[in-house]
Each structure stands twice: as C-alpha cells, then as structure tokens.
Design a protein around this ligand. Sequence first.
Ligand SMILES: [Fe+2]
Length: 199
Amino acid sequence: MYPTVKEALSELEKGYEINPTRWVDHARYTGEAARNIAEAAGLDGEKAYVLGLLHDIGRRWGFSGIRHIVDGYNYAMEKGWDDVARISMTHSFAENIPNINPSMMDMTREELEFTKSYLANIEFDDYDRLMHMCDNIALHSGYVLMEKRMIDISMRHGVHEGTVKRWQELFEIKDYFEKKMGRSIYSVLPGVVENTFDL
Ligand SMILES: [Fe+2]
C-alpha cells in the first residue's frame, strides 16, 4: 500500500512546514528520477515516483542520521503505507546487511536490532534497489553524476570501512538498471550535465 501522487506531494508539503530544509527538494528529485528510470526500465513509474518522494519521510521532524529510516518506517506504518515503510528501511542500503557510516549512527540499540532483523527477513526487489540508486544521484539542487554525489556524502559525513563496498554496490545497481533500460540512466535525468559540471 502506498498513497497517490497527490497525497505524497501534500505529505511532503506538510513535512516542509515542520522541517523547512533541503530534504524536501532532494525527495522531489529522487522521486522524479525514480519515475523516469522506472518507466524506461519497464517498472511502474507511478509507484516509483511515490516511493521516491516519501523515501526520506522520517526526516519530517528535523535533522537526524540513520535513525530517519526507522522514524519513517513507524510513520508510514501508522498511515497504513507498508510499501513506503519498507522503502524507508531499505533505501539506505544495497543489500540486507546494514552498512552504516558510524558518523551517522544515532539509533538506539533496539532500533538497530529492529533494522537488522527487518532487513534480514526481506528480499531486496527492484524498487528497493532503484530508491537506493536514486537517493545517490539526487542532490537538493538536481541530478548529478553518481560519483559527485558519493564525494558530496563522503565529504559531509566522512568515509568508513564500508564505503568502497557501498560504492561498488551502487555501480552494480546502475549497471543492472542500464541493462534493463538499454541506455544510460543519465539519459532520462534532465539537467544532469549542467548540475554535474556547474554549467
Ligand atoms: Fe534517507
């Protein structure tokens, strides 16, 4: 279950009233990237759009690190949006063992245990993989080359022992979708060249 596009957009607007920072613009670009890539890869574009718009809904209350995935899960479950709850949990990872930057760790022990067992009990699907990738090509100001976003994240949060693995997995996901699309993911991301090179 997930809301309509209209409901998802109004949810983001409500979130922006509580936490008026760039997470909302990042979410909008993530949603649009997910929709465009999904359509070109033979997936459900509307579902991808809604899930992309709401992947970071756990940030609606203010700044947080990795804890936002559990906050978003709880919020979406209260609304009855189990698909959104799932994406909130999975979008930060490429596989079902959590790879967390220690500098982003703000979960309680219980929340971390919940995250581990939740991820261990699901099989990642194309929507999980798509959101993880789109999260990593969408800045608040538009789409950029994935490598640029990786550097942006690493400069803000630092690197850790799982960083290179995370990058490798993201490139694998990108290859996977490009095979499905028969072309570059960047071919459906308007403005990516201008944003990447600050033209
Ligand atoms: Fe997130």
